[in-house]
Design a protein around this ligand. Structure first.
Ligand code: PGA
Length: 249
């Protein structure tokens, strides 16, 4: 088990309306009653950042699901890291596989976004993960290693970084790798981080697992070495399910 206090982050993707603030209030009440052994983050769509951060009142950190790589400029439809901070958020997911695949985001762009996040004082959750074909052909360790090195921000240290290992084939499918496979990949990621930053700094970086984390598998996943928390999609939308994952920490 890792010594770090775990982080459980919910990625709401393109779900949620103003009325969903009810889930934030419910979660806040549950956490107030029972406390939590981990840090909790909710990442709603941009339109709900402000409302959620006001409603969470500090009990839950709020994050966005993406940011632009530039500080500001003529980029119609985009949102900068500073705007996200201005809306009350402290975290940003970068390089989620849905953006890498559907928006064609490269490692180089993810690296720039992670740097923009750090410059704005946002904690980046940098996502990496292999496809099913890459795992089946045995390339998964190399693929994820290259993605990670290509996506980590340059000119910054390890401080504040979070990495999320999310096998693409496990996202939204109800399938997860075996616990041994999760452990192997998390060890591999920790090793790469140690080479880049030195062992001590690398040990301060949270490595989250993401992909079909549910109330019924969270405890086992959290017990795997080098798993420092989870990035949760579907099961984070309802406070009742999400809180069960939080209490599995
Ligand atoms: P899932 O999504 O938990 O619904 O599989 C995880 C993610 O995409 O971050």
């Amino acid at each position: 088990m890792s010594a770090l206090k775990k982080i459980v982050a919910g990625n709401w993707k393109m779900f949620g309306m103003q009325a969903s603030v009810e889930q934030v209030l419910q979660l806040k009440n549950l956490l107030r009653e029972r406390g939590a052994n981990c840090d909790v983050v909710l990442c709603p769509p941009f339109t709900l950042l402000s409302l959620f951060s006001q409603s969470a009142g500090g009990a839950i950190a709020i994050g966005s699901q993406d940011c632009h790589n530039a500080v500001e400029g003529a980029f119609t439809g985009n949102i900068s890291a500073q705007m996200i901070v201005d809306a009350g958020a402290s975290v940003v997911i970068v390089g989620h596989s849905e953006r890498r695949v559907m928006q064609g985001e490269s490692d180089a762009l993810v690296q720039q976004k992670a740097s923009a996040a750090i410059l704005a004082n946002l904690k980046p959750i940098i996502c990496v993960g292999e496809t099913l074909e890459q795992r089946q052909s045995g390339e998964h360790l190399d693929v994820v290693g290259a993605q990670l090195l290509g996506s980590l921000p340059q000119s910054f240290g390890a401080q504040g970084l979070v990495v999320a290992y999310e096998p693409v084939w496990a996202i939204g499918t109800g399938k997860i790798p075996t616990l041994e496979d999760i452990g192997q990949m998390h060890d591999h990621i920790r090793g790469i981080l140690s080479q880049k930053y030195g062992a001590q700094s690398a040990n301060s970086i949270h490595i989250l697992y993401g992909g079909s984390v549910k109330p019924n598998n969270a405890k086992d996943i959290f017990a795997v070495r080098n798993v420092d928390g989870a990035l949760v999609g579907g099961a984070s939308l309802k406070a009742s399910d999400f809180s069960e994952i939080i209490y599995a920490c």
